[in-house]
Design a protein around this ligand. Structure first.
Ligand code: 5GP
Ligand code: ZN
Length: 142
């Protein structure tokens, strides 16, 4: 897609520090790292949101994600990571090309966990939320 920085990185029109590559994915260092080794895993094709990435790429995605984690782990001497996707603007997605953050964590790095991203507990109880989800699931299966 024109004017997408991650498409340009994927097509090697813009330089980046690429650490892993497969047929459909690329992993490179984030330009503004939140920790040493902070990397981004992207599909080479432009999809804006995570759920647009084709299901048949799941195995390749998992393989390159694992390979990248193990590589960074060895290179930077840590076993701990936060792994995740800012999926959509309310979730903090700035670059509109789906990407998976690989963020290595270190002792006393003063960071938080996934739980520190947001605290917006539901007003309804869990069973109400559960019923809403299962209703949609059952409707989509019938
Ligand atoms: P988001 O908030 O969309 O999940 O994060 C986008 C990430 O892309 C940010 O962490 C940002 O530093 C990174 N980023 C944005 N532009 C570039 C770029 O041109 N090169 C690289 N390597 N990373 C980028
Ligand atoms: Zn793109």
């Amino acid at each position: 897609m024109e004017d997408c920085i991650f498409c340009k990185i994927a097509h090697k029109e813009v330089e980046s520090y690429i650490i892993e590559e497969s047929d459909n994915f690329l992993v490179f260092l984030d330009i503004h790292p939140h920790s040493p080794g902070h990397s981004l895993l992207i599909p080479k094709t432009h999809y804006e949101k995570f759920e647009e990435v084709p299901e048949n790429l799941g195995e390749e995605f998992l393989k390159i994600a694992r390979r990248s984690v193990l590589l960074i782990s060895k290179a930077l001497n840590t076993k701990d990571f936060n792994l995740g996707i800012n999926d959509g603007p309310f979730a903090g997605q700035a670059v509109k090309h789906a990407h998976f953050h690989i963020i290595p964590r270190f002792p006393n790095d003063k960071g938080g966990s996934m739980h520190s991203i947001v605290y917006n507990p539901p007003k309804e109880d869990l069973s109400t939320i559960y019923k809403r989800i299962i209703k949609v699931k059952n409707e989509s299966q019938s």
